[in-house]
Design a protein around this ligand. Structure first.
Ligand code: FDM
Ligand code: MG
Length: 226
């Protein structure tokens, strides 16, 4: 008799605006999965620990400057360098929580104001999406949705490059566009009202996770691609 193969883990992306509570929810969720007997791991993007991640970190903390296109490709490369490890972790039966993924990658780059001389047009969503085509596709994207009003009630921004009100407003609009963009992708988005208490949000997030686990169980075992 052969033993049945280990079912693969689920790939769960957590996305949202700054101050929506992504990191808090990722930590809670990781603990809940593990204490429910579901092996799980957290993978944050950008992953600042790799050589590419170091370049991204110096850009975000404004110790270096880069073309909008060049930094965009570095964020994508930072995901590509994690691809094999993501796939082997999933295939070994461990669920992965992604704290930001290609969706942040698309909207933050496309939200940047055009540089007047060198780059007079904003980067288009389709241009921004292209380098990520082929990466593992999440089984669900849990989007922590927070109103402008609720976001403003929370603690202020830090000093990193994108932590400015105008940028965040554009990011909000672009996330909305992205969620409504393509009817094939629509079912991938699980929108959670992130304006509630930490516990209320965690409950809604958990329902999204159960949905992802169900999809994996009903699927053919393969990880889809972007
Ligand atoms: N960000 C994040 C991008 O611009 N592109 C990406 O591909 C990713 C993953 O980096 F402002 C932005 C979003 C945020 C900044 O993210 C740093 P954290 O979560 O604060 O480390
Ligand atoms: Mg940040």
């Amino acid at each position: 008799m052969t033993t049945p193969p280990t079912p693969r883990g689920a790939l769960i992306a957590i996305e949202g605006l700054d101050r929506a509570g992504k990191s808090t929810q990722c930590d809670l969720l990781l603990n809940r999965l593990i204490s429910s007997g579901i092996p799980a791991k957290l993978q944050k993007f950008p992953d600042r620990s790799t050589p590419i991640g170091h370049m991204i970190n110096s850009y975000l903390t404004s110790t270096s400057n880069l073309d909008d296109q060049a930094i965009h490709l570095l964020f994508s490369a930072n995901r590509w360098e994690a691809k094999d490890s993501i796939l082997s972790t999933l295939n070994s039966g461990t669920t992965i929580l992604l704290d930001r993924y290609i969706y942040s990658g698309i909207v933050f780059s496309a939200a940047k104001p055009p540089v007047p001389v060198e780059n007079p047009k904003p980067l288009s969503v389709s241009w921004c999406k292209a380098p990520d085509v082929g990466l593992p596709r999440p089984d669900i994207i849990i989007f922590l949705n927070i109103s402008q009003e609720d976001a403003e009630k929370r603690a202020g921004f830090g000093d990193e490059r994108y932590e400015k009100k105008e940028m965040q407003e554009k990011v909000r609009k672009l996330f909305e566009e992205l969620r409504g963009e393509d009817s094939n992708d629509k079912e991938d988005w699980w929108v959670v009202n992130a304006g509630g208490t930490v516990e209320e949000v965690a409950e809604e997030v958990w329902r999204g996770v159960l949905e992802a686990l169900k999809r994996v169980k009903e699927g053919n075992g393969e990880v889809r691609s972007i």
